[in-house]
Design a protein. Structure first.
Length: 124
């Protein structure tokens, strides 16, 4: 009797570089609004692990996701500093919308099998 399984579990594909992995990372970023950012951190780690291991057009998505995390964190920090003068609370809402829009744009491009046009962008 052999211990090897010829059929890998469905969840094994989620961690391999590719479309499914990218979709999972986008969803982890979006779900982070409910779970306080922990899932976004998990998504960032998975993105770093799989960066450089897939086709060129998918690499633009990994870059886009990694930059979304770090730029979003920078914007959130600035908003925290500005919260002392009360404008930071409004700006934090704008940062949340910015992250959601970047995830939606990325998911749409991924669904069409297209690269992100400018993955180095600070905006959209």
């Amino acid at each position: 009797m052999s211990d090897s399984n010829p059929h890998p579990r469905q969840t094994d594909r989620w961690l391999e570089p590719g479309k499914t992995n990218l979709q999972v990372i986008y969803v982890l970023y979006l779900v982070s609004f409910i779970f306080g950012g922990l899932t976004a951190l998990i998504g960032l780690v998975v993105a770093y692990i799989n960066r450089g291991k897939s086709e060129a057009w998918m690499e633009t998505h990994y870059t886009w996701l990694i930059r979304t995390f770090w730029i979003g964190l920078l914007y959130a920090f600035v908003c925290m500093l500005l919260a002392f003068v009360l404008i930071g609370f409004l700006l934090m809402l704008a940062v949340a919308v910015w992250i959601i829009i970047r995830c939606v744009v990325g998911l749409q491009a991924l669904g069409r099998g297209e690269p992100i046009a400018n993955p180095q962008s600070w905006v959209l």
